[in-house]
Ligand binder design. Structure first.
Ligand code: PLP
Length: 444
């Protein structure tokens, strides 16, 4: 361990070190040769697992051909153009046009800027506000972290930036947000009535978009009740507010459909952010999409200004785009979307069996993304102080050779590579069940 490395998203004073030195399929190996199932696909990103030779060869070939090729000022290359066409076909955004970056965070920053660009282009300078939800995660760059609704990502960093005009509304988490004995539908109607009141008091003409992760990741894999997204999108439509689907985790098969918005009943987003599984994390790449008419307005505006003044050095890096194209080809060619959907049914059914465990408050998920929320008291839904319960299970799972992540304080997240088999899911369940029982025995 070096003292000159500042670790990302870590308790800088209490680093529990695990040196990962290799990986194959759904497994990674530490420096002592111990093997683990990567139950979170790294950081929700290694959809095709580790050691995929085709992707390594694709990256090497692309680098040999042109170690760097960009898209500024009229330069272009085939991988970027072809990947944009492929995403245009695949994405449910109407007549989508895409912009490339390097990470989910910078993708979200791009869309914040495009919302403003469009507002100017169409003579609606007031239409810039964005509604984001509590307990959301949209990344950590300055604009993206302003959209994020988790205190740790804002406190002490001078965020959110007030000038961005970000409004906050409820998280659609029934288990934690239910009031009294209200039903799921009553919960949805209440939080959407609050949203409508907020839209009216702010002025609908001042609000451009509503951003949501179809299923959240970092905040604990929150799955909204079934009626939430259909009612939400109808409400947004009523006031001319765009639905912005942040698919950085849920994109490319994770929830049982190619995109999470389809799974959750919001099938026609106006804006979309993708990254992570777009390249199965073999190379950093993000792709954000806007509706065709939004792109058309940008073209018109640019005609007057002369230059579209936004772009990263690595926007459309040729290696990243080649790897992205190959990843999407493998997903389709090898039936990975289908596998994720089928194995996802099994994962959810097996995890649901833990719902009766005395330390489990809620089991939730769709496809190959899930969480088991650990509680100290099933009746009151109280959490263990300092996340102790979930952290203990996490540690025992790791000892058993299963890497998971504690998200949202007390929810253990599952997001295994989409190449997983039924037998490997059984192995996850055995290792996890044992970790849960050991933790319960220690804590009672
Ligand atoms: N949006 C969502 C929904 C995410 O889950 C993440 C990262 O986990 C991001 C955005 C930010 O992506 P990145 O870490 O690549 O910047």
């Amino acid at each position: 361990m070096t003292s000159h490395l500042i670790y990302p998203s870590t308790n800088l004073n209490a680093i529990e070190q695990l040196e990962i030195v290799g990986g194959e399929g759904i497994y990674v190996v530490d420096s002592n040769g111990k093997q683990y199932i990567e139950g979170l696909s790294g950081l929700w990103c290694t959809g095709l697992g580790y050691g995929n030779e085709e992707l390594v060869e694709t990256a090497a070939r692309a680098m040999k051909q042109a170690s760097f090729s960009h898209l500024f000022a009229g330069k272009f290359h085939r991988p970027a153009v072809e990947l944009a066409e492929k995403l245009h076909e695949l994405m449910p955004v109407n007549n989508a046009s895409v912009f490339f970056g390097n990470s989910g965070s910078d993708g979200n920053d791009t869309l914040v800027k495009l919302i403003n660009y469009y507002a100017d282009a169409t003579g609606q300078p007031q239409r810039r506000k964005i509604i984001a939800r509590e307990r959301s995660y949209h990344g950590i760059t300055v604009a993206a972290a302003s959209l994020t609704g988790l205190p740790a990502n804002q406190k002490h960093f001078g965020l959110p930036v007030d000038a961005l005009g970000i409004l906050r509304t409820h998280a659609p988490h029934y288990y934690r947000g239910q009031q009294g004995s209200e039903s799921e539908d009553q919960f949805v109607d209440r939080i959407l009535a609050d949203l409508e009141a907020q839209i009216l008091s702010e002025g609908p003409e001042t609000i451009a978009a509503f951003i949501a992760e179809p299923i959240t990741g970092a905040s604990g894999v929150i799955v909204a009740p079934e009626s939430y997204y259909p009612k939400l999108t109808a409400l947004l439509k009523k006031y001319g507010i765009w639905f912005w689907s942040d698919e950085v985790i849920t994109g490319f098969g994770r929830t049982g459909n190619v995109f999470g918005c389809t799974t959750m009943g919001a099938p026609e987003p106006d804006l979309m952010t993708t990254a992570k599984q777009l390249t199965s994390a073999y190379f950093p790449l993000s792709a954000v999409a806007v509706r065709g008419d939004i792109h058309a307005a940008m073209l018109e505006q640019c005609g007057q200004v002369g230059i579209f003044g936004h772009g990263y050095t690595y926007s459309g890096h040729s290696t990243a785009c080649a790897v992205g194209l190959k990843t999407l080809e493998i997903y389709q060619r090898d039936g990975i979307y289908q596998n994720a959907a089928e194995r996802g049914v099994k994962l959810q059914a097996e995890l649901a069996k833990f719902a009766d465990h005395p330390m489990v408050g809620e089991v939730r998920g769709k496809g190959l993304i899930a969480a088991v929320e650990v509680v100290a008291n099933k009746e009151t839904r109280a959490e263990f102080a300092g996340g102790d319960g979930a952290n203990r299970v996490l540690k025992h799972a790791q000892d058993n050779g299963l890497l998971l992540r504690n998200t949202g304080g007390s929810a253990l997240a599952f997001c295994p590579p989409m190449i997983i088999t039924d037998e490997q899911i059984d192995d996850i369940i055995d290792k996890f069940g044992d970790a849960l029982d050991k933790s319960f025995a220690e804590l009672t």
